[in-house]
Design a protein around this ligand. Structure first.
Ligand code: WT7
Length: 658
């Protein structure tokens, strides 16, 4: 606990308030047969580069590298001189090894009964045809291809076709607006766009093509737009358009995958960040595929012969790039690919899919888990999910209570939960438990993976002692790290490498507990300064979620004449809980008891929804506007802007209780 003595207050970077005593040891059988054991940490400790070299040997190289790492801070090159083809590694080599009949994707469309099975041999044919098609359109190595698609098989096929010929893909999430798409096409100077007429969302066809037309009308550099017919809805056509089936279907199924350099670009993926122009995060081939492949089999203990793996993310985000496409396919996994939303046609859809395909590994986000909590325990209880053996979480800190709910109600109390911390920029998982090794604590990402050197430092860049809080940094380069921001090396240096000399810092607060394990505490921009204490939003939110009536919570610091900032909480109740008059008092008391009086919220607002980005992260900036009675800032990145009205409506009734 932070000292209450006034003289000490400025010393504290981030308070450590939450204590958690629950631990879940790995199941004995999983530990006994685990892909990765505790020895990996020692091996990597002894010889970090040697460890990553052995990981790179999982891949098939046309030419071996001569230098493992060339580090001119902050610019890294991994496996220098090595040559490989990413698509060959993800597809062809499995077919050549006799595994052509193995399922790569069980694709499940949103309309029930709409499904397709895609084997590795199918994938090889489709990727080859698509690579030939792109070449016919004039796409060459190094050219940029923008991809704006629903979650249909043609999406991973398009990524792999680009990778095969060495074109750089830039996937733009299908929920983004025409102007967001246009600015991304422009920044990367893409010459081809791949899209679809639409996709199914919430039970109805949702158009994509009109958005593309609007964007492309202002992008003279785009030469062709390839359109998959998915929904069959009417679409306007332009002279740049070509139907996928007209172009791809007639191509040869043979395509030679030429090797590319380990440092040739693989893709650009834009992160919006909180302000400013989106950053085009650039990833390259050899190091990226090494770390996505290694982490995928280590963190999920993937057994490619028997596991059915499902990552519920959209391929429009990095989670989908690394853990639906590249990592799983490099490992020869069988995955589920699902087009739609979790509540269509009913709120048990995910569990129905788990039951249908016998999913063994499930990787999803805290925002989804909290939604399932809100919907109620009875929904997953109706399905047979006994096939599950490992559960993963990514995208935000997972509140301990949400973790325990996930473990119990989805994992039947037998599956380890791995809370995986990483970013678009890191390309692959960096901090996570290993399911056969780690005695995991609910809410903690625990330790850097073998070969990763991460730390928590104070504002002077000194490592914090156990029990301390501060900034999460990475001290050594890693294979799947971003190489730069597309077209802007200086912004890369300024954004990630300037806060702390020689260290990568990308904006997260963290603490190290008394055992030395790492807990992520949210973005440092969201930290609240209450009476001189830096309090993380995550800890207060987790304290709220630990109350049996709460499903989800978001807290912000609002200007307060007495305390500098005061904590204002927005709370969604669980399906079973009833809103009562004294609920706010009950919750405030609960937080004070759990974290200490310093963290007691000034206000609690019971709301029906929270504002979220399209990738499911809570937008605390907008809640701060509400809490401070300001007009709302930019709402264009919200999934659903009407939620802000629902929230603002609650404000007048919310009085400070002190
Ligand atoms: C930010 C990166 C990583 C793929 C999806 C998001 C937050 C991510 C965790 C976690 C706490 C997490 C961080 C990070 N985050 N995973 N396990 N625990 N926070 O990629 O959109 O680039 O976002 O997501 O704040 O910096 P992204």
């Amino acid at each position: 606990m932070a000292s209450e003595t006034p003289g000490h207050e400025t010393q504290e970077t981030l308070s450590n308030l939450l204590s958690e005593n629950r631990r879940f040891a790995p199941p004995a059988d999983l530990a006994a047969g685990a892909n990765v054991t505790a020895a990996a940490y020692e091996e990597a400790e002894e010889d970090r580069l040697g460890f990553w070299e052995r990981a790179a040997e999982r891949l098939t190289w046309a030419e071996r590298w001569d230098t493992t790492l060339e580090w001119n801070p902050p610019f890294a090159k991994w496996f220098v001189g090595g040559k490989l083809n990413v698509a060959y590694n993800c597809v062809d080599r499995h077919v050549e090894a006799g595994r052509g009949d193995k399922v790569a994707y069980h694709w499940e469309g949103e309309p029930e009964g709409d499904s397709r099975t895609i084997t590795y041999a199918d994938l090889q044919r489709e990727v080859s045809k698509t690579a030939n098609a792109l070449e016919e359109l004039g796409v060459r190595k190094g050219d940029r291809v923008a991809i704006y698609m629903p979650m249909i098989p043609e999406l991973p096929i398009s990524l792999l076709a680009c990778a095969r010929i060495g074109a750089i893909h830039s996937v733009v999430f299908g929920g983004f607006s025409a102007s967001a798409l246009k600015s991304r096409i422009d920044d990367a100077d893409a010459k081809v766009v791949i899209t679809a007429d639409g996709g199914y969302r919430r039970g109805a066809p949702s158009a994509l093509k009109p958005t593309v037309d609007e964007a492309v009308s202002e992008c003279p550099g785009v030469e062709h737009v390839v359109v998959v017919r998915r929904t069959g809805q009417d679409v306007a056509t332009t002279d740049k358009d070509v139907w996928w089936h007209d172009l791809v279907d007639r191509q040869s199924e043979q395509h030679t995958a030429v090797p590319h350099d380990a440092e040739d670009p693989l893709y650009i993926l834009y992160t919006s960040g909180t302000t400013g122009k989106p950053k085009g995060i650039l990833h390259t081939t050899g190091g990226y595929l090494t770390q996505t492949s290694w982490t995928h089999q280590a963190v999920f203990d993937l057994k490619p012969e028997t596991d059915v793996y499902w990552c519920t993310a959209d391929i429009g985000w990095v989670t989908g790039h690394s853990y639906i496409v590249y990592g799983p396919l490099a490992n020869g996994a069988t995955s589920v690919l699902y087009e739609g939303t979790p509540d269509t046609p009913h709120r048990g859809r995910f569990w129905e899919v788990v039951q249908k395909y016998g999913v063994t590994i499930l990787y999803t986000a805290p925002t989804a888990i909290r939604t399932f909590m809100k919907w109620g325990d009875d929904i997953p209880a109706k399905f047979d999910m006994s096939s599950l053996r490992v559960l993963g979480s990514v995208g935000e800190p997972i509140n301990p209570e949400a973790y325990v709910w996930y473990r119990e109600h989805i994992g039947g109390d037998r599956c380890p939960v791995v809370d995986t911390w990483w970013q678009t920029e890191t390309g692959a998982i960096m901090i996570s438990p290993l399911p056969g090794v780690t005695s995991a604590k609910p809410g903690a990402a625990m330790r850097p993976l073998p070969g990763i050197v991460a730390d928590v430092v104070d504002d002077q860049a000194n490592s914090v002692p156990n029990g301390g809080g501060g900034f999460l940094v990475v001290r050594e380069p890693w294979p799947s790290m971003l190489r730069t921001i597309w077209g802007d090396d200086q912004r890369y240096i300024d954004t990630y490498w300037s806060r702390f000399e020689g260290m990568y810092f990308a904006g997260d607060g963290a603490k190290r507990d008394d055992d030395g394990d790492i807990w992520l505490l949210g973005r440092v921009d969201d930290v609240m300064l209450v009476s001189g204490h830096n309090i993380s939003t995550t800890e207060v939110e987790s304290a709220l979620v630990s109350h049996p009536k709460v499903a989800e919570a978001a807290v912000v610091g609002a200007t307060d004449p007495v305390t500098g900032q005061a904590i204002v909480s927005f709370v969604i109740l669980r399906g079973s809980a009833e809103e009562s008059d004294d609920i706010a008092t009950e919750l405030r008391t609960h937080v004070a008891k759990t974290l200490g009086p310093i963290a007691k919220p000034r206000q609690i607002l019971i709301v029906p929804e929270l504002p979220k980005t399209r990738s499911g992260k809570i937008m605390r900036r907008l809640l701060r506007d509400v809490a401070e009675n300001r007009s709302l800032g930019d709402v264009t990145t919200l999934t659903d802007s009407s939620v802000m009205n629902l929230i603002s409506d609650k404000l007048p009734s919310a009085k400070s209780e002190d």
